[in-house]
Design a protein around this ligand. Structure first.
Ligand code: GDP
Length: 364
């Protein structure tokens, strides 16, 4: 249809014909060579970290987590150079089954310690399931809404590649980098499913176990070993209808703890109730943790435990490297499926199979 405005009689505004869209705003742009991102040197990393630059810290953590041998070599150098600046922190492990309220609690705990004690907080995670699910559950920034936007916090999800030992070692190395960057409070979060607690316990000063009051038989579900590792047990969701049950659960835990041998630290593990959601009883938990830190610093256990942890990680690293070297050996990779089949078919005992594999490996 003809526009009435284009009629010669029309006295109003005129509609002009449109112009053709150019193919590209700047046709020369795509020919421009892309500038390569400059790789940081070891000195750049260390300098940035020590100055507290969290962007550089994040890049260094990515390097630690990288599987590329070249990256790992640089990462190890960075870690070594950061070591003299590390160690000055309170490291707290926080564990609990999914749904126990870890993310809700860490958000509240984090804000509390930053307000009450100042300093900077890093939240790291060890999630042994992340390899299988190809994505980390823990340490997800969106789960800690307030903390993730706090200017003095650094949140990093679980490294996702490798064995539990490998994942845990990377988290431990990240602790060193964070400390060198001035983070004086470190939380290490893990899912309460068993093995990962041992890994967390081996890198923290205080191990906090979050529990829920349940059906009255809550103690049965918890492995004795995990309870023995705890320096403090806190029963979450002590609010509303659940308050009395939480108190009852606390009593049951206290009674159960009496049956365990006294911990090496000389500290009696405490059991408290709280509500992360309503922010009740949170101050008491952190008063307890800092009381513990003062106590073990005074009796020498703080330094002793960290030294023991260093020793543990030396052996863990050796074991991990040996295991990797063995299973990635081409001869072993070629022999393994057949050996496994023979053991399954009952043609070969497990010991004989292991011996032939090990002999082949050591003959290299
Ligand atoms: P996570 O899986 O251990 O990280 O647990 P979340 O922090 O995601 O919490 C699991 C569920 O429990 C969520 O629906 C929370 O809203 C709820 N929750 C967490 N803390 C409390 C609490 O103190 N009281 C109550 N009533 N609910 C809570």
């Amino acid at each position: 249809m003809e526009h009435p405005e284009n009629n010669a009689e029309y006295k109003g505004l005129v509609v002009n014909a449109g112009i053709e869209q150019p193919a590209s705003v700047n046709p020369y742009l795509k020919n421009r060579p892309r500038r390569k991102k400059r790789e940081l040197s070891v000195a750049d990393y260390v300098d940035g970290i020590v100055k507290g630059n969290t962007t550089v810290l994040g890049q260094a953590v990515t390097l630690v987590e990288s599987l590329k041998p070249g990256h790992q070599a640089v990462a190890q150098e960075v870690i070594e150079k950061c070591l003299p600046y590390a160690g000055n922190s309170v490291r707290v492990g926080i564990s609990g089954v999914p749904g126990a309220g870890k993310s809700t609690s860490i958000d509240v705990f984090g804000l509390h310690v930053l307000e009450q004690y100042g300093g900077k907080l890093a939240v790291l995670a060890i999630d042994p399931s992340s390899e299988r699910s190809k994505g980390s559950i823990l340490g997800d920034k969106t789960r800690m809404e307030k903390l993730s936007v706090h200017p003095r916090s650094f949140i990093r999800p679980s490294p996702s590649a490798g064995s539990l030992g490998g994942v845990a070692r990377k988290t431990r190395e990240t602790i060193i980098l964070c400390e060198a960057a001035g983070f004086d409070k470190i939380f290490v979060e893990t899912v309460g499913v068993g093995q990962s607690e041992t890994a967390v316990h081996s890198m923290v000063d205080f191990f906090l176990l979050i529990q829920l009051a349940g059906t009255g038989d809550e103690l049965q579900g918890i492995k004795r070993g995990i309870m023995e590792m705890a320096d403090g047990i806190v029963i979450n969701k002590a609010d509303g209808d659940n308050l009395e049950r939480a108190k009852l659960a606390a009593t049951q835990f206290r009674n159960a703890l009496h049956l365990f041998p006294a911990p090496e630290s000389g500290w009696t593990p405490q059991v408290l109730t709280y509500s992360g959601f309503y922010n009740l009883g949170v101050k008491e938990i952190w008063d307890m943790i800092y009381q513990y830190i003062d106590f073990v610093k005074a009796n020498g256990y703080f330094g002793y435990r960290r030294n023991e942890q260093n020793k543990y990680w030396m052996y863990e690293t050796i074991n991990e490297q040996l295991r990797g070297s063995f299973y990635h050996n081409p001869k072993i990779e070629a022999m393994l499926p057949d050996c496994e089949r023979q053991v399954l078919q009952g043609n070969l005992t497990s010991f004989a199979a292991a011996k032939s594999l090990l002999d082949a490996y050591f003959k290299d």
